[in-house]
Design a protein around this ligand. Structure first.
Ligand code: BGC
Length: 343
């Protein structure tokens, strides 16, 4: 594992990039700013390598552009309705940064900090102390995020956290995957191991209802091209401007297969495993044209995000799995993105 200076934040903080590699030639470049996966180069079926994540060449672009490219999101990934929640009788008001709702940890979430970094065996470990009251969330939280690139061409992300007072937590990674390295992803095949997804209102906020995927554009029980039904006349697709929905996985707290994404062009397949009960499928509906790494073009629907998570808006919906982390409880979850050239 090596590291090098990647650039500086606007506040003058140094940002370092860490390079992880395995003996099969795969490598990842990960920034201490936002724990961002800046590059992830994996073998393709044609004997070469493809960088399967979208991103930028400079810190300034990560700071200035929307989209949370490649970053870790916290304390609460996804949305909190009306930007408030009540815990132990006290109401916490959060930044409204998505209409009236709160999105991805607020104005300065975990994606916008430089983290402490160290190597531990094959793992790159980032740690951060998030003080009580940061973005108005309660409790001092110590967070650790570790990345490992295994010999099986897996990017393994391990999330751990501890708090000194009851708080709320839902961590994810917001990588934009493109198994062709660029261009539209509407031709990628996707399979999701879920029979239901959570219904959204027009602000992409779960209502609390579960909808069956069978027979709808959300049916990914067999692999199908992402673009096949994306323009279907469907109120849920209209609400999300495409796919921007949380799929309900098995609620077993163990690593399970959540999805397989496959590109017929490069022959790369990416299998997602997670311990969490939910996964947001986001088809990059809000991406506007912009310059990406090495002069590449980033545009609408040029990526798929598979954000493993607790359910969005869980704080307002009692029958959703719990996102409260109590004092002295430990938060732990693992997500794996595994890359193969056969399915
Ligand atoms: C959300 C989208 C949002 C995007 C921001 C996704 O996790 O579900 O609605 O636009 O993040 O990049």
């Amino acid at each position: 594992m090596t590291n090098f200076v990647f650039g500086k934040t606007k506040d003058g903080e140094n940002v370092r990039a860490w390079r992880l590699a395995n003996s099969r030639g795969a490598h990842a470049v990960i920034l201490d700013y936002g724990c961002i996966v800046q590059a992830l180069s994996v073998p393709n079926a044609h004997g070469g390598f493809t960088d399967v994540v979208l991103g930028y060449d400079t810190v300034a672009e990560y700071e200035d552009n929307d989209g949370y490219f490649g970053a870790v999101i916290g304390r609460i990934a996804n949305r909190i309705g009306k930007s408030e929640f009540t815990l132990n009788g006290k109401t916490y008001r959060l930044a409204q940064n998505d209409g009236k709702n709160h999105l991805h940890g607020g104005v300065k979430g975990f994606d916008k900090f430089v983290w402490e970094a160290r190597q531990e065996g094959n793992a790159l470990v980032f740690t951060r102390f998030s003080p009580d009251g940061e973005e108005n969330y309660p409790g001092n939280l110590r967070v650790s995020i570790s990345y490992e690139l295994t010999e099986e061409n897996e990017l393994r992300i391990t999330y751990d956290a501890d708090t000194d007072a009851d708080t709320v937590i839902n961590l994810t990674n917001h990588s934009y995957f493109n198994l062709d390295g660029g261009g539209t992803v509407l031709n990628h095949y996707l399979q999701i191991f879920a029979d239901e997804f959570t219904e959204n209102d027009e602000g992409c906020l779960p209502t609390g209802r579960f909808l069956k995927t069978a027979g709808t554009p959300f049916d990914f029980s067999e692999p199908k091209p992402v673009g096949r039904d994306i323009e279907a006349d469907d109120i849920q697709l209209k609400n999300g401007h495409g796919y921007d929905h949380n799929f309900v996985l098995s609620d077993k707290v163990e690593l399970k297969k959540a999805a397989v994404l496959y590109s017929p062009k490069t022959g790369i397949s990416m299998t997602t495993f997670t311990m969490l009960p939910g996964m947001q499928l986001y088809s990059a509906n809000w991406l506007t044209p912009r310059k990406g790494k090495l002069g590449s073009l980033i545009d609408r629907r040029y990526a798929i995000c598979l954000e493993t998570q607790m359910f969005p808006n869980a704080l307002a919906i009692p029958h959703f799995p719990n996102v409260v982390l109590k004092k002295d409880e430990h938060y732990h979850s693992v997500t794996i993105y595994r890359f193969d050239t056969t399915v």
